[in-house]
Design a protein around this ligand. Structure first.
Ligand code: CA
Length: 228
């Protein structure tokens, strides 16, 4: 069964999430503190998606996210945020989260996000084992890896999905809406800013000069274009 970690110190919210995860066919692994979450992840290395609350009694959710990402690039991470400030979402994404859900959320919304992340992690049936080489870049869709000049670039699931979309559409201007729909799914009703934040992070990883990006170029007022 697909495992999902839920880190939330408020028991009522955690139970609510657990019930809905089970209903959606997931096995729920529970944690009430940041440390507990890290322990559960060690016990269950096959957890595919982690849902992390931010306000916790010990380590805050961003720190937990950073700690997980330091050793695990492939797990899907969703931040639960009670606050609606843009900054929180951006901070979460910059620490390596793939997605965020703002409280209060509906069970359908949360499971849709988890399903979408699991699809990205597991599903790449089309073009299985295919390698795409463009300029200095080599994308391997079986291992879900990206190399630049033979050196592995560590990407999150979302960054990988964006790179794959770019490399399937070289030279084509993609609108931010196109990228959002393709990477996050049609059911995602988040803001376009999430695209920009991920592009900024990707540029840091893949561009020769982040200040003057040449691979991912901005199409003003529209979106982004890939060329290598
Ligand atoms: Ca909390």
């Amino acid at each position: 069964m697909k495992k999902v970690l839920i880190l939330e110190d408020e028991v009522s919210i955690r139970s609510f999430v657990v019930i809905n995860l089970k209903r959606a066919g997931y096995e729920a692994i529970e944690a009430g503190t940041g440390q507990e979450a890290l322990d559960r992840l060690k016990e269950h290395p096959d957890i595919g998606v982690a849902i992390l609350d931010i306000m916790l009694p010990d380590i805050d959710g961003f720190e937990v996210c950073r700690t997980i990402r330091a050793t695990n690039k492939t797990i899907g991470i969703i931040m639960l945020t009670a606050r609606t400030q843009e900054m929180d979402k951006v901070t979460g994404l910059m620490t390596g989260a793939d997605d965020y859900v703002t409280k209060p959320f509906s069970p359908a919304e949360l499971t849709a996000r988890i399903d979408a992340l699991y699809r990205r992690i597991g599903g790449d049936a089309v073009g299985d084992g295919a390698e795409q080489r463009q300029g200095p870049f080599l994308l391997n869709t079986r291992n879900r890896t990206l190399e630049k000049n033979g050196k592995r670039i560590k990407l999150t699931q979302v960054e990988y999905a964006i790179m794959k979309l770019f490399m399937q559409n070289p030279g084509r201007a993609l609108s931010r809406e196109d990228i959002l729909t393709s990477v996050w799914g049609r059911e995602f009703d988040g803001e376009l800013k999430i695209v920009d934040v991920n592009i900024r992070r990707l540029r840091i990883k893949i561009e020769d000069d982040t200040a003057n990006p040449t691979y991912i170029t901005t199409v003003w007022g529209f979106g982004y274009k890939w060329g290598a």
